[in-house]
Design a protein. Structure first.
Length: 247
């Protein structure tokens, strides 16, 4: 569902992403990890079409991102770290607006908006102005806009940021349901290592714009904790990480 080959992203002489290659299959939930400046957010912005690659290829649900950009973008639901919300709009109106610009047919729009609101626990605030919501509820609205068009691929950057423990569990369960019950492919970036251990089957660990580790979670951990692996591979005592831009 996601196929990345030889991906580079350069800003002048600085290389933010260097020769990154990986594949994600249908129904996988994969954790994208790395310290600040590792290239995670840059990689996600390239995958979602917000940044052009300097070199390499990206295919989303079988569509080449360069040559079939519209089809590839339709197959993606993207939640950036700061959700793209309009604070003056009401929740239902905003999610419906996003459904319209993502080409959800008018006859199906109300049902899909309702499904997204229910899935993200937003029914009780559906008529509220977004700007009056707590950070946790705004995060839920961001997730609703990412799933309203029922994409095959979800790219989520810190999806549980600002949520309380109960909300975190609810969003984790939602992500698992989207993958296991509906066959969505999920690429999840987070700094919360227990979150990866709770819902991800596989880990991509980046450092200095490169993939340092790519493997099943249990194999990556071995007899160590995920925190120990992280520190060993990309911590302050690991190899020098110069040359990468902040993610």
């Amino acid at each position: 569902m996601i196929e990345v080959k030889g991906l580079y992203k350069r800003y002048g002489d600085l290389v933010a992403v260097r020769n990154v290659s990986f594949e994600l299959q249908r129904g996988e939930v994969v954790g994208l990890l790395g310290p600040n400046g590792a290239g995670k957010t840059t990689t996600m912005r390239v995958l979602t079409g917000f940044l052009p690659p300097s070199a390499g290829t990206v295919r989303i649900a079988g569509h080449d991102l360069e040559h079939a950009s519209i089809e590839a973008r339709r197959a993606i639901g993207y939640l950036p770290e700061t959700p793209p919300l309009y604070p003056e709009m009401r929740v239902t109106g905003y999610v419906s607006y996003v459904a319209a610009i993502k080409d959800v047919p008018r006859a199906e729009r109300a049902a899909k908006v309702e499904r997204a609101l229910v899935a993200c626990g937003l029914t009780e605030v559906r008529r509220r102005v977004i700007g009056t919501l707590s950070r946790g509820f705004r995060q839920r609205v961001g997730l609703a806009q990412a799933i309203v068009h029922e994409p095959e691929v979800l790219v989520l950057d810190e999806p549980t940021a600002g949520l309380d423990p109960i909300q975190i569990i609810e969003i984790r369960n939602l992500i698992l349901d989207l993958a296991q019950e509906e066959g969505r492919t999920v690429l999840l970036s987070t700094h919360i290592l227990p979150e990866v251990e709770a819902i991800c089957q596989r880990v991509l660990l980046m450092g200095a714009g490169e993939i340092r580790i790519d493997g099943p979670l249990e194999e990556v951990k071995g007899t160590a904790s995920l925190e120990e692996v992280f520190l060993r591979e990309v911590g302050p005592r690991a190899a020098d990480d110069t040359g990468a831009l902040p993610a």
